[in-house]
Design a protein around this ligand. Structure first.
Ligand SMILES: Nc1nc2c(c(=O)[nH]1)N(C=O)[C@@H](CNc1ccc(C(=O)N[C@@H](CCC(=O)O)C(=O)O)cc1)CN2
Ligand SMILES: Nc1ncnc2c1ncn2[C@@H]1O[C@H](COP(=O)(O)OP(=O)(O)OP(=O)(O)O)[C@@H](O)[C@H]1O
Length: 191
């Protein structure tokens, strides 16, 4: 059988695309990221948005640090996800300022320190920059496998949240064999 006709499992796709993302040549990575930043800085939805969730990059993800700096400069309120220990498989969002103290979660990702009084109800978010491992032409995504963003975004239209995926071209695959809970992103910014 020809190798290309063999369907890969989601776990295999995750492993292969994560590796591809880590292996991006630095010059290509920086070039792609510049293109992503330009697209964000011109984004019409960003003008009216006030509360914006983003993530701190790991494992070769698009570097979000310059985007965060830009959002702070624009006086946007920036929020980061934390693994919500009181509500398994759910994310909670906490404010992120220049001097916020961070800790490392069980996945090795930096996150703000839990403070129940500071949690933002996620429906208050205007834009959610969404990490992803792989995506297809229909904007179906495969994430890290926790189902965190699928749960968060399952009613994003009703909740009036606008998710924007961030990805490198090398993360695009032919077809995501989507499950019933998988959400289709309205937009992915690709560099
Ligand atoms: N930057 C960033 N933050 C994020 C996400 C993300 O995709 N990117 N997440 C999106 O959902 C959530 C974290 N989700 C994750 C789900 C699974 C693994 C994971 O499997 N990690 C290990 C193996 C397991 C372990 O160490 O316990 C690995 O790297 O293989 C990591 C993160 C919240 N924060
Ligand atoms: N809306 C949902 N309601 C209930 N369970 C869900 C929902 N979304 C995902 N799940 C569960 O979460 C598990 C992981 O889902 P999946 O592999 O699609 O995650 P992912 O999209 O890769 O991860 P993430 O969204 O965290 O980036 C699934 O096995 C599924 O049972």
């Amino acid at each position: 059988m020809h190798l290309k006709s063999v369907a890969l499992t989601t776990e295999e796709i995750r492993r292969i695309v994560r590796q591809r993302r880590r292996d991006l040549v630095i010059s290509e990575r920086l070039h792609a990221e510049q293109s992503i930043y330009r697209q964000i800085y011109q984004h019409p939805k960003l003008l009216s948005a006030k509360k914006i969730a983003i993530f701190l990059s790991f494992d070769g993800e698009v570097n979000t640090q310059p985007i965060i700096e830009y959002l702070w400069q624009q006086n946007k309120s920036v929020y980061l996800p934390i693994i919500d220990l009181t509500n398994p498989h759910h994310l909670a969002f906490l404010p992120y300022h220049r001097h916020s103290q961070l800790t490392t979660n069980k996945f090795g990702i930096a996150e703000p320190i839990y403070d129940v009084d500071k949690i933002l109800p996620y429906q208050s978010l205007d834009i959610v920059f969404t990490p992803l491992v792989a995506f297809d032409h229909r904007n179906y995504r495969i994430g890290m496998g926790g189902g965190f963003y699928d749960r968060l975004l399952q009613n994003y239209q009703h909740d009036n949240i606008y998710p924007i995926g961030l990805a490198f071209k090398c993360q695009q695959i032919k077809y995501v064999a989507n499950q019933s809970w998988d959400i289709q992103l309205p937009e992915i910014i690709i560099g």
